[in-house]
Design a protein around this ligand. Structure first.
Ligand code: PEP
Length: 254
C-alpha cells in the first residue's frame, strides 16, 4: 500500500492564541497548496488547540506536543489523552528530543505515553534520533533501534501499525544543519526494517517522517527518498507561507 505523505508542524513553545488564529487564517487563504494526496497537521501548544480546531482548513489536523500517561489524578500541570481527544486532536508527539533532554523523559515514560495516546484513538508520533557524539561514534543505528524498540514496547502488533515514527537527528534540530537525504534515508530504512521484524508487512504501511531543519528548499528532496514519508518541521512551520510552500513541494512529488 502506498503511504500518504504527512507534513507535520511542531510549533514548540511558540504562538499566542491570536498568533495561532492569524496563522490559520493565512493558511486558509493558501489552501490550494494543500493537495489531497498528502496529510497535514500542526502540533500546537495546548492553549491554541481550540482556536486551531475552529480556524484551520479542514484537511489540516490538530496535533499536540505532549501528554501525561495517566488518565487523571494528582499530576499538577499535566494534560491527559482524553483531554486532548476532546479537542479533536489527531496526533500527539512522544519522545521529542527536547522532552528527552530538557525534561528527563525516559524511554519507559515515552512508551507509557504512546500507549495512552492510542487508548484514546489518537496517533502517536514516536520521535527517535541520535546526538552528534553518537553519530560520530558510529552508534546511530543502534541508538534509534533501541529508542524505537523501547518506545513501542507496550504495544500489540496492531497498535504498532497505528503509529507514526519520526527520525529526528538531534544535531539537525533547530540548527539549520539538515541531514542529507542519503543520511536520513539510511536511518529511516533501518527503522522500517526494525518495524518489519516486529509487525511484518504492516511495516510497509507505517509512516516514518524525517525532522531536522526541514524547509521549503529541501523538503521535496528528502521526501523523494523511498522510505521517507514526510516531515516533522519546527521553525519552518511557524509561518503559513512556508508551511504552504512545503505542502506544495510535497504535492509536486505525489
Ligand atoms: C522539531 O521541532 O521537531 C524540528 C525538527 O525542528 P526544526 O525543523 O526547527 O529543526
Amino acid at each position: 500500500m502506498a503511504r500518504k505523505p504527512l507534513l507535520m508542524g511542531n510549533w514548540k513553545m511558540n504562538k499566542t492564541v491570536a498568533e495561532a488564529r492569524e496563522f490559520a487564517e493565512q493558511l486558509g487563504q493558501q489552501s490550494q497548496s494543500l493537495c489531497n494526496d498528502a496529510d497535514y497537521a500542526v502540533c500546537a501548544p495546548f492553549t491554541s488547540l481550540h482556536i486551531l480546531r475552529v480556524m484551520l482548513p479542514a484537511n489540516v489536523k490538530l496535533g499536540a506536543q505532549n501528554v501525561h500517561f495517566e488518565e487523571h489524578g494528582a499530576y499538577t500541570g499535566e494534560i491527559s489523552a482524553s483531554m486532548l481527544k476532546e479537542f479533536e486532536t489527531v496526533y500527539v508527539l512522544a519522545g521529542h528530543s527536547e522532552r528527552r533532554q530538557l525534561f528527563g523523559e525516559t524511554d519507559e515514560i515515552i512508551a507509557k505515553k504512546v500507549k495512552a495516546i492510542l487508548s484514546q484513538q489518537m496517533t502517536p508520533v514516536l520521535c527517535v534520533g541520535e546526538v552528534l557524539d553518537q553519530r560520530d561514534a558510529g552508534k546511530t543505528l543502534d541508538v534509534v533501534r533501541n529508542q524505537l524498540n523501547k518506545g513501542l514496547a507496550e504495544l500489540t502488533e496492531a497498535e504498532i501499525g497505528r503509529c507514526v515514527v519520526a527520525y529526528e537527528p538531534v544535531w539537525a534540530i533547530g540548527t539549520g544543519r539538515t541531514a542529507t537525504s542519503e543520511q536520513a534515508e539510511e536511518v529511516i530504512a533501518e527503522l522500517r526494517a526494525a518495524l518489519r521484524q516486529k509487525v511484518g508487512a504492516t511495516a510497509d504501511d507505517i509512516r516514518i517522517l524525517y525532522g531536522g531543519s526541514v524547509k521549503p528548499a529541501n523538503v521535496a528532496e528528502l521526501c523523494s527518498q523511498p522510505n521517507i514519508d514526510g516531515g516533522l518541521v519546527g521553525g519552518a512551520s511557524l509561518q503559513a507561507d512556508s508551511f504552504a510552500q512545503m505542502a506544495a513541494e510535497i504535492c509536486k512529488g505525489v
